[in-house]
Design a protein. Structure first.
Length: 404
């Protein structure tokens, strides 16, 4: 990816953004990753959770700080090597078996763990991992990379591209045009960047929609929009799938795969509509997993304004596939305001049950209320929870039973 981006930006960079650096937000040597690890170790210690890996890292870190006063010594070098090895072991563990076509962002729970490491105490340490302050601290570099730090800037830009490709590749895999290109990942990066406007226009085209029909026809986007075509849908997904639904209006709260930012113009362009990027320095406009969002353009504010207006006139809000996690508290605050506005407002939360999970209505309502910071029992009665296992028909039937 970095090699392809270097070529992509070759003739697009002004002095303010030059040169291009292959710096990654999350790498074994990055300060960001190390700080996330140290923060997790400190939090585990505060909670008196005796995780051996965390204890050892804190001990080595403290010892290294004490040795910092020394110019160079064998003890200092060995301490640094031990500390670096511990950090590398955790990084390798986090990235275990993660496919290169997936996002390289840190996962709180690695998807593929062999039986040999299932009881590894690093799994417990990962539960203390948090993004807070790691990504957001570099947002300011978008405004002025030269003064804020050109390497920090490229670390952020590469992070956005990494997120972009991790979403785009599975979307392209569904297509007739690019479905077979997945084997040559290196060539795919280069090919997409060389023909970026064409690729983006394609995944929003009727041709892509027709190819998608077979897999898309049973999605809840389509099923629910057909039953409630006059409804308005808001999403935090970047994919084009909502565009192909029958909802009366579609609101994209976190941006789209087709949106790109031109930092030296503080402007966002949609490549479906604009081809004016040939010689522009651009990067994907994605709001990613961070509690603070880098909104510096009216385009996204218009989406939020539309969502706020939508909530004002709404009686029932149905939530599907949105986890209301803390990285989206800016949206959760709007949902809380909607529900507490009057007693005739209600939220219907469609809860996906994993495997043999048993549905507990009281617990589920309390979980939704907790995420929205609601403690008033009267307001809790405005929350309805529908359990499901991912079958759109089942969700639709249950929604029909509720007076929306």
């Amino acid at each position: 990816m970095n090699a392809a981006l270097r070529d992509f930006y070759k003739d697009k960079l002004s002095d303010n953004f030059s040169p291009y650096y292959s710096e990654n937000m999350f790498s074994v040597k990055s300060h960001t990753f190390r700080e996330i690890v140290f923060r997790a170790c400190r939090k585990a210690k505060e909670d008196d959770d005796k995780i051996e890996t965390g204890i050892k890292i804190l001990e080595l870190s403290k010892k290294y700080e004490e040795l910092e006063k020394e110019k160079e010594s064998e003890e200092k070098q060995n301490c640094k090597k031990d500390l670096d090895k511990q950090i590398k072991d955790i990084f390798d563990f986090v990235m275990l078996d993660i496919d290169e076509t997936k996002n390289s962002m840190i996962s709180k729970r690695p998807r593929h763990l062999s039986e040999a490491v299932e009881n590894d105490d690093r799994i417990r340490l990962l539960n203390y991992f948090t993004y807070y302050g790691s990504i957001e601290k570099d947002f300011s570099t978008i405004i002025n990379p030269k003064s804020a730090g050109i390497k920090r800037f490229w670390r952020l830009i590469n992070y956005f591209w990494s997120a972009f490709f991790s979403i785009l590749f599975p979307v392209l895999k569904l297509s007739a045009k690019y479905g077979d290109a997945q084997e040559d990942t290196e060539g795919l990066y280069k090919g997409i960047l060389e023909h970026l406007p064409e690729v983006i226009k394609y995944i929003y085209s009727d041709g892509y929609k027709e190819k998608l029909e077979e897999s898309y026809k049973n999605s809840y986007y389509r099923k629910i929009s057909q039953i409630f075509p006059e409804s308005i849908a808001a999403t935090t997904n970047y994919t084009p799938f909502l565009e192909f639904s029958a909802f009366r209006k579609k609101i994209f709260l976190a941006g789209k795969l087709s949106q790109f930012e031109i930092p030296d113009e503080l402007r966002i362009v949609d490549l479906k509509e604009s081809q004016d990027i040939v010689n522009k320095m651009i990067f994907p406009f994605l709001l990613t997993q961070a509690p603070v969002k880098p909104i510096i353009n009216g385009t996204q504010l218009e989406e939020y304004n539309a969502f706020i207006d939508f909530l004002k006139d709404l009686r029932t809000l149905v939530i599907i596939g949105y986890g209301m996690n803390e990285n989206d508290d800016h949206i959760n605050a709007l949902l809380r305001g909607f529900l507490t506005q009057s007693s005739d407002k209600k939220i219907v939360y469609c809860k996906f049950l994993k495997g043999g999970e048993i549905f507990d209505i009281t617990k589920s309502v309390d979980e939704v209320a907790q995420r929205l910071r609601i403690s008033d029992e009267a307001v809790k009665h405005q929350i309805y929870v529908i359990p499901h296992h991912g079958e759109p028909e089942n969700i639709v039937e249950k929604l029909k039973e509720i007076k929306l």
